[in-house]
Design a protein around this ligand. Structure first.
Ligand code: KIV
Length: 294
């Protein structure tokens, strides 16, 4: 029998048992399939899609249609993994009716198991209504990229006491509203540790230190899957796929130019009767040698 995806009840139990949660982003069928084969616990179809796949310089231009399209591809690639999809910029701030319409699309058309919303106490009512509608919600506080223009850049959060208290209040408001977990992004380690120990639901950190209940990284960061990878202090890279892709494509281009690709083993040959019809004689010097296509 095929493995069942993880669920939010088991995630809470994993926190109680001290078992870390692993989460990675994915945006398409092959990335999701590879992540599932690598046994990741949760796949996040993040709106970081905008930066790492669509070529925008922030997550703000990402639309609901983009998210539905990519979530659906991820769901096809990772049928046995718990999939969380981001609600993009400004799709959950104009009232719960509009928010639930978007969430319905991510789940019914995209086949997500849960959705993620950026924000703290100010979106607690939306979180509550979404959970009451039967949808698991992952919160996201700290550096919330959809508000980057308001925050004034990609700044570390929780550096002073007031900010630490605000983050703690936000985390508690989300837990109280029914969120099943909270992403803590770019939060000082001490503050993330304090939030993690106060909450019963798991925290999943990105640049939030070692004491969170789980960790999340962006696929393209883990693999350096870009031509101009910018090192980030909170990321560990585990591969250099970008360089491998560039070298492989470069080699292909060279071999096309110097005619070493395709080689004998890559061609299909016709019967003698075809050669006869074309050239009036069999096995002209011009024709390639026969290669079995079996
Ligand atoms: O969009 C995203 O990839 C995210 C992660 C950075 C948590 O929200």
């Amino acid at each position: 029998m095929a493995a069942q995806p993880l669920n939010i009840v088991k995630m809470k139990k994993m926190k109680q048992d001290g078992i870390p949660l692993s989460m990675i982003t994915a945006y398409d069928y092959p990335s999701a399939r590879l992540a599932e084969e690598a046994a990741v616990d949760i796949i996040l179809v993040g709106d970081s899609l905008g930066n790492v796949v669509l070529g925008y310089d922030s997550t703000i231009p990402v639309t609901l249609d983009d998210m539905v399209y990519h979530t659906r591809a991820v769901a096809r690639g990772a049928e046995h993994t718990f999939i969380v999809a981001d609600m993009p910029f400004m799709t959950y701030h104009s009232g719960i009716t509009e928010a639930l319409q978007g969430i319905r699309r991510l789940m019914q058309e995209g086949h997500a198991h849960a959705i993620k919303l950026e924000g703290g106490a100010e979106i607690a009512d939306t979180v509550r209504a979404t959970v009451q509608a039967g949808v698991p919600v992952l919160g996201h506080i700290g550096l919330t990229p959809q508000s980057v223009n308001q925050i004034g850049g990609y700044r570390i959060q929780g550096k002073d006491a007031a900010d630490a208290e605000r983050l703690m209040r936000d985390a508690k408001a989300l837990e109280e509203a029914g969120a099943f977990g909270i992403v803590l992004e770019l939060v000082t380690e001490e503050v993330a540790a304090a939030i993690t120990s106060e909450l019963k639901i798991p925290t999943i950190g990105i640049g939030a230190g070692r004491d969170c209940d789980g960790q999340v990284l962006v696929y393209h960061d883990v693999l350096k899957y870009t031509s101009d990878y910018m090192p980030k202090r909170f990321v560990k890279t585990y591969g250099d796929i970008g360089e491998q892709i560039k070298q492989s494509i470069g080699q292909y281009v060279n071999e096309v130019k110097n005619r070493s690709f395709p080689a004998k083993e890559h061609v299909f040959t016709a019967d003698d009767s075809v050669v006869q019809a074309l050239y009036g004689k069999v096995a002209s010097e011009k024709t390639p040698e026969k290669v079995s296509s079996k």
